[in-house]
Design a protein around this ligand. Structure first.
Ligand SMILES: [Zn+2]
Length: 179
């Protein structure tokens, strides 16, 4: 690991500690004395993704990240959410200990997490991944989400899909229609 400041090839470790799934090392450059941190992660055996057309492709974290990031674009999610999600999915994939995993499994994992995080991101991801062929299929999916939400079963971590006043209004409308 070359020094990120001066490029010197050698450094000494001044602190080393275990973090979740790896080791964090604080280093000091032997040339310019700058300090920097390296993370050492276990590199699992390579993992292949079986695509819809049966072709195999090596698992690519960046590709996963790009897909999630696109779905979450401009959504008011806390910084780091997308990376954390990709990390979790990657870790889970390797935990399965399989050499090959169908792309549909990964897609479902992303959808499941986005669904409990942000419906808009979920719908965006689903519309690409599930390839909603017509507006009816898309509307059905959205209707399901809206009815879940109005039934107050919305997880507290979920961003509201509708504004509170709109929800209140639709609840009142339902009450009226019951009378
Ligand atoms: Zn240096």
């Amino acid at each position: 690991m070359n020094c990120p400041y001066c490029g010197y090839h050698d450094s000494k470790v001044i602190d080393s500690r275990s973090v979740n799934d790896g080791i964090r090392r604080r280093r000091q450059c032997l040339s310019c004395n700058s300090r920097f941190t390296t993370y050492e992660r276990l590199q699992p055996a390579s993992l292949f993704v079986i695509k819809k057309d049966e072709r195999r492709e090596e698992f690519n974290r960046n590709k996963l990240l790009t897909g999630i990031r696109k779905a979450c674009e401009k959504r008011p999610l806390p910084t780091g959410t997308v990376d954390k999600l990709a990390d979790e999915i990657e870790a889970e994939l390797y935990r399965m200990g399989k050499a090959e995993i169908p792309s549909s499994v990964i897609g479902d994992m992303v959808m499941e997490r986005l669904k409990s995080l942000d419906y808009i991101a979920y719908i965006r991801f689903a519309s690409v991944y599930r390839e909603f062929t017509d507006i009816t299929a898309l509307k059905q999916e959205i209707d399901t989400l809206v009815s879940d939400e109005t039934e107050a079963s919305r997880p507290t971590t979920q961003l509201p899909l509708l504004h509170a006043e709109k929800l209140g209004a639709s609840a009142k409308a339902r009450q009226r229609s019951r009378k």
